[in-house]
Design a protein around this ligand. Structure first.
Ligand SMILES: [Zn+2]
Length: 192
């Protein structure tokens, strides 16, 4: 039992209390449910790898998005992690391709351009007929640093570079918005 709690505690976002609660829950569920859970963990480790082109999660060499001939191949959305792709896909607002960097620049933590999939991105820009790159890194300082770095390097190409606008969550009152969010919302404004 303590092995299980220890293992769960190492999961992102799980503190000791939640780890214990999940461990006791697992103890109570039927044998077949516990087996199914263990099996799905093993299966994910065995079968899921990274797409050789965009870095998305995939069961094959190329992911479903890279293989999909209905996607717009002239536009690439650059994100930090594969789960960012899921978030953008849920909106159905984007029908182009993706490129996963595998993180964001953070010189203090030793994360330099060569630690991210930036070389791979520029390799794609040379080979594929890309007209626009949307930089959709996070709006924290690492994400902003990464966006500026990429925008600067892309200036030398013919490719249009855009940054997603970060605005107010739906349903927020202006008076409760923090300054950074509000100033990003104003900067990212578009024509009506
Ligand atoms: Zn892919």
């Amino acid at each position: 039992m303590s092995n299980l709690i220890q293992a769960l505690k190492r999961m992102p976002g799980l503190g000791p209390k939640s780890a214990e609660r999940i461990a006791f829950h697992i103890l109570r569920i039927p044998q077949k449910d516990a087996k199914a859970l263990a099996f799905s963990i093993l299966k994910v480790k065995e079968r899921i790898k990274f797409c050789s082109r965009c870095g998305n999660l995939s069961e094959e060499d190329l992911c479903d998005i890279c293989k999909d001939s209905n996607r717009d191949r002239s536009i690439i959305c650059v994100v930090e992690q594969p789960n960012d792709i899921l978030a953008v896909e849920k909106t159905s607002a984007f029908k182009g391709l993706y490129h996963v960097l595998g993180g964001a620049l953070s010189p203090l933590d030793g994360i330099e351009p060569q630690n991210l999939r930036i070389k791979e991105l520029f390799g794609r820009l040379k080979k594929e007929r890309i007209k626009e790159v949307i930089i959709a890194t996070d709006s924290d300082s690492e994400g902003e640093t990464t966006a500026l770095y990429l925008a600067d390097r892309l200036k030398r190409t013919q490719i249009k570079v855009t940054r997603i606008a970060f605005g107010l969550p739906a349903g927020t009152n202006l008076e409760y918005a923090d300054e950074v969010t509000l100033s990003n919302a104003i900067e990212g404004r578009r024509n009506l």
